[in-house]
Design a protein around this ligand. Structure first.
Ligand code: E4P
Length: 215
């Protein structure tokens, strides 16, 4: 499973990329706004650090404008994926952009039926928001199981990108289900590495080693 970073913070992207395990980056208008930076400048900066897919989201509501935005983003770098929302206009834009060879990440997916439409529209990625599904009292991971099964049934090429991650356990579960990609906020990325027993175990090994050196 590919691991993406879910952030627009350039310093964080550089830091985690240096660990060697970042396959791509997802941004959205909220993440860009949080950084208080120019959208185009930041997306271009990210594409220079990360060679894998970098998602940039359109902000218009009608298909024509989404297509115009998408075509503009695609010129910024070779690894840009255009995020279009799951709306009728977003579906029209996804089909047009995909046919023009521009890869689309269909976002704001909350049901298996929406994921079916995204795949039929030719989206390269589909982004189900599992944390927000959980927040509604439903089971976000069940949604991932449904989509993975559905795409396997019909051999859809669309990759399942698990988004809105809230815990390290969800990342492991997404991998066990066979999702293609998980996009992880930096706070959760840290927790993927950490385990108190690893820290305790290491402290004990080093203390024992020091003791043995005194003999
Ligand atoms: C990524 O593509 C999504 O926009 C993001 O994971 C949404 O996460 P949130 O539900 O924590 O805002």
């Amino acid at each position: 499973m590919k691991l993406f970073l879910d952030t627009a913070n350039l310093e964080d992207i550089k830091k985690y990329a240096s660990w060697g395990l970042v396959d791509g980056v997802t941004t959205n208008p909220s993440l860009i706004a949080k950084e208080g930076v120019n959208f185009e400048k930041r997306v271009k900066e990210i594409t220079k650090v990360i060679k894998g897919p970098v998602s940039a989201e359109v902000i218009s509501n009608d298909a024509k404008e989404m297509i115009r935005e998408g075509k503009k983003f695609a010129k910024w770098a070779k690894n840009i994926y255009v995020k279009c929302p799951m709306t009728p206009e977003g579906l029209i834009a996804t089909q047009k952009l995909s046919k023009a060879g521009i890869r689309v990440n269909m976002t704001l997916i909350f049901s298996a039926a929406q994921a079916l439409l995204a795949a039929k529209a030719g989206a390269a990625f589909v982004s189900p928001f599992i944390g927000r599904v959980d927040d509604m009292g439903q089971d976000g991971m069940e949604l991932i199981e449904e989509i993975v099964q559905m795409y396997a049934n019909y051999n859809f090429k669309t990759e399942v990108l698990v988004a809105s991650i809230r815990s390290p356990r969800q990342v492991a579960e997404a991998a066990m289900i066979g999702a293609d990609i998980c996009t992880v906020p930096t706070a959760i990325y840290d927790k993927l590495v950490k385990h108190p027993l690893t820290d305790n175990g290491l402290d004990k090994f080093l203390a024992d080693w020091k003791k043995s050196k005194k003999k």
